[in-house]
Design a protein around this ligand. Structure first.
Ligand SMILES: *Cc1c(COP(=O)(O)O)cnc(C)c1O
Length: 416
């Protein structure tokens, strides 16, 4: 069973001022989860999660995570500026980008963010467009050294990171150019539910830290384990046991890093999905129930509000508010209104008998939900709401208007 942290009455009250569809996030749950993550790694020197801004780029969410001690992981200039606006600057920000325009490197260096280079050739770009920062990090791609997972693919096929052969040189070069502090990053999985996978990633990074010290004479100050910790979208999925991952990493730290004389080595992550994913809900209303060759429930929400089911065939659990206890006697495809037949939140889903105007809650939309939204078919992006610990609700992003949508258009022809 998946739980909904609000009642039908509350949504009926809210929708009088903010019509459906909207995403709503559970502040108390986000805070408790952030605290549990930090507590699980309390042994780890300098532990910090840099929240992957792309997962939920909303300043209110970023601010409350900042209050919980998190930083920001950015991949573009707008994400850097958003972080700056909520007071996350300097080394509270990681800049893990790829295929980066020169001016974004420049902005990252000026803001004092930790620049994480995706390629050895970017050393030159950085030198040309910005300056050599004191602290530099490289993203490592282990190639044949690891198997990836479904979403991110096999490392040898991934566009990201510096190869095993390039890595030592990369640090040597940066040392020669004047950097004095160094980090090592990798990200080899996405939405991974097997905790052992992360312990193995730590083993790989610890071994590299030792090798880089020996071969490049460079002492790594932190390892960044990347993001990719999965969440239980499905009813049979189990969340990653962070305490177990932490304990596994601590053993390796004591076996590898301490004897090598490399303690303290900071351990950081840049998770997005596991931070907010389970604590966001897309709330929509039933517009039509239709009988064709199958039974369809048509919502006022569509794939532009949540594209994971269409993009990855991802399962998102659905609760019909007020019918939680009813028998799931019907089988429906739950659809949106796009002129795209893959605009389906669920296919052949067993649900209670649904009526027009029922309120439908789609679970686990707190990460890569609203964030992946788009305007196809002239759809307006929805509002985002925050459910406060005292059960009040705050509007943290208004819905787009047609004026917003048209604001980049020019109805007069202009010759360039
Ligand atoms: C997407 C991404 C993250 C966050 O991934 P989650 O699956 O949301 O934890 C972190 N780092 C990088 C480089 C990413 O591309």
């Amino acid at each position: 069973m998946k739980h909904v942290p609000f009642t039908k009455e509350l949504i009926e009250r809210v929708e009088k001022s903010v019509p459906t569809p909207f995403h709503i996030y559970d502040e108390a749950a986000i805070r408790a989860n952030a605290q549990a993550f930090t507590k699980a790694f309390s042994w780890a020197p300098g532990f910090k999660n840099y929240f992957a801004v792309k997962a939920c780029p909303n300043p209110t969410i970023m601010s409350l995570l900042k209050e919980e001690g998190f930083g920001a992981d950015c991949s573009s200039l707008p994400e850097l500026l958003l972080s700056e606006r909520v007071g996350l600057t300097g080394e509270d920000v990681m800049f893990t980008s790829n295929d980066t325009p020169d001016e974004e490197f420049q902005a990252a260096v000026e803001l004092g963010a930790i620049v994480n280079l995706d390629d050895i050739s970017h050393i030159e770009t950085l030198e040309k467009s910005a300056s050599i920062p004191e602290l530099i990090c490289f993203r490592y791609n282990p190639g044949e050294g690891r198997t990836g997972n479904v979403i991110i693919g096999h490392p040898t096929e991934a566009k990201y990171g510096v190869t095993t052969d390039q890595l030592i040189d990369a640090y040597r070069i940066m040392k020669e150019k004047g950097s004095t502090r160094f980090g090592l990053h990798t990200m080899v999985a996405s939405n991974e539910l097997n905790g052992d996978y992360f312990v193995e990633t730590a083993r790989m990074l610890f071994a590299l830290v030792i090798r880089i010290q020996k071969e490049a004479g460079v002492r790594i100050e932190f390892i960044n384990m990347g993001g990719g910790i999965g969440i239980p979208y499905g009813l049979d999925d189990k969340p990653v046991d962070l305490e177990a991952v932490s304990a596994g990493m601590k053993d390796l730290y004591e076996q590898m890093i301490v004897p090598a004389g490399l303690d303290p080595l900071k351990i950081v992550f840049e998770c997005g999905r596991m931070v907010t994913g389970p604590y966001g809900y897309l709330v929509g209303k039933v517009r039509h129930v239709t009988e064709k060759y199958k039974s369809y429930v048509g919502l006022d929400a569509c794939m532009t509000n949540l594209m994971r089911p269409a993009l990855y065939g991802a399962y998102h659990h659905i609760t019909v508010l007020g019918k939680e206890g009813s028998e799931c006697s019907e089988v429906y495809d739950v659809t949106g209104s796009l002129c795209e037949n893959n605009d389906k939140f669920a296919i052949d889903r067993q649900l209670p008998k649904i009526d027009v105007d029922d309120i439908v809650v789609i679970h686990d939309t707190g990460a890569h939900g609203h964030a992946m939204g788009f305007n196809y078919n002239g759809k307006l992006r929805s509002a985002e709401l925050l459910l406060k610990p005292d059960a009040s609700v705050e509007l943290i992003r208004r819905a787009e208007t047609i004026e917003d949508l048209f604001s980049t258009l020019d109805f007069e022809f202009k010759t360039l």
